[in-house]
Design a protein around this ligand. Structure first.
Ligand code: NAD
Ligand code: UDP
Length: 325
């Protein structure tokens, strides 16, 4: 199949998901402009791409306007781990809302198609299980997670208003928990935290009693889903759930990680953070039917390269991402 070369902007392109997207799209022959302010990432994730002639890196904060000429925009910029997005909650909301306005303005001016990295967090602590796209969610508007949840909900609103008001070509992906190489060891997300704790022989910290559930998608599957959605028929605006429906309790995840790393770490229990969702599992019927997308990588299969990545990573040192301006 011949793929026509596009100029593609990826905001948050140096982050975990963004860097995999950059790599995948470069391999397809596209020109990639990676825009990032390195708030929750380092250049390390995209160092291997810097020498590629089709790759360009720009340090920029999406809360400020951006003037470039592109054909497609993947709007991935936003801290995604709870400890990162709660560190400066006002900036998190600004990144979601002002970032969406700026990138939608860019899409409107250039006629580019734009995809929003939305999230399962728009469902809050869901009372419908598994979550379907027509569920409006159960979100606390004033809690510690609200800067992220409500910021992402407002961004979705903006996407649909630009679509209705200006005819902007939009795609909204509701991404469920995704893991894999290039997550930050210290980002506090459950998969990276458990692996790093297990590899270092530290206690594995389960918040609450560990009976809360999440569904974990391997990064390669997610990137294919996101790109599939971007290039789907124009009428498919979404929102479309993207995630692996395999559901695990957090306790079970801890046991799997201990077993797979051969660690002698103990499992310890800590208080559950405020508004931590009890359960989460995507209904992906729409993505299966419309995108012919089915995430095939099981948790065991995806944890292997992820553990190997952290094993190698922990032997190296570099400054933490949040110390980067
Ligand atoms: P990440 O923190 O690794 O990546 C986010 C990137 O955005 C980082 O490189 C960060 O420096 C950059 N960024 C943050 N604020 C910015 C700003 N104001 N201007 C420019 N760049 C900025 O997180 P990730 O897991 O790769 O997530 C990427 C996107 O996908 C986020 O929008 C996130 O909300 C969404 N998402 C991710 C998951 C997941 O499980 N990984 C789940 C749901 C949604
Ligand atoms: N969690 C945990 N120990 C940790 C980190 C997270 O038990 O060291 C729990 C957390 O309370 C939540 C789940 O794992 O119930 C997923 O947390 P994560 O921060 O990865 O993502 P999110 O809550 O946004 O899905």
């Amino acid at each position: 199949m011949t793929i026509s070369t596009k100029r593609i902007l990826i905001t948050g392109g140096a982050g975990f998901l963004g860097s995999h997207l950059c790599e995948y799209l470069l391999n397809q022959g596209h020109e990639v402009l990676c825009v990032d302010n390195f708030y929750t990432s380092t250049r390390r994730n995209i160092l291997h791409l810097l020498k590629q002639p089709n790759f360009e890196l720009m340090r920029h904060d999406v809360t400020f306007p951006l003037y470039v000429e592109v054909d497609q925009i993947y709007n991935m910029a936003c801290p995604a781990s709870p400890i990162h997005y709660q560190r400066d909650p006002v900036q998190t909301t600004k990144t979601s809302v002002h970032g969406a306005i700026n990138m939608l303005g860019l899409a409107k001016r250039t006629g580019a198609r734009i995809l929003q990295a939305s999230t399962s967090e728009v469902y809050g602590d869901p009372q419908v299980h598994p979550q379907t796209e027509d569920y409006w969610g159960n979100v606390n508007p004033i809690g510690v997670r609200s800067c992220y949840d409500e910021g992402k909900r407002c961004a979705e609103t903006l996407f649909f208003d630009y679509h209705r008001q200006h005819g902007t070509g939009i795609k909204v992906a509701r991404i469920f928990n995704t893991y894999g190489p290039r997550m930050l060891p210290e980002d506090g997300r459950v998969v990276s935290s458990f692996i790093v704790q297990a590899l270092q022989g530290n206690d594995i910290t389960i918040y609450g009693d560990g009976s809360q559930s999440r569904s974990f998608c391997y990064v390669d599957d997610m990137v294919k889903g996101i790109i599939g959605l971007m290039n789907s028929k124009e009428e498919l605006t979404g929102p479309v759930n993207l995630g692996n429906p395999g559901e695990f309790t957090i306790k079970r995840l801890a046991e799997i990680v201990v077993k797979m790393t051969g660690s002698d770490s103990n499992i310890v229990y800590k208080p559950l953070p405020q508004d931590d969702p009890r359960q989460r599992k995507p209904d992906i019927s729409q993505a299966k039917a419309e995108l012919n997308w089915d995430p095939g990588v099981t948790l065991d299969e995806g944890l292997k390269p992820t553990i190997a990545y952290f094993q190698e990573r922990l032997c190296q040192t570099e400054p933490g991402a949040l110390s980067n301006p």
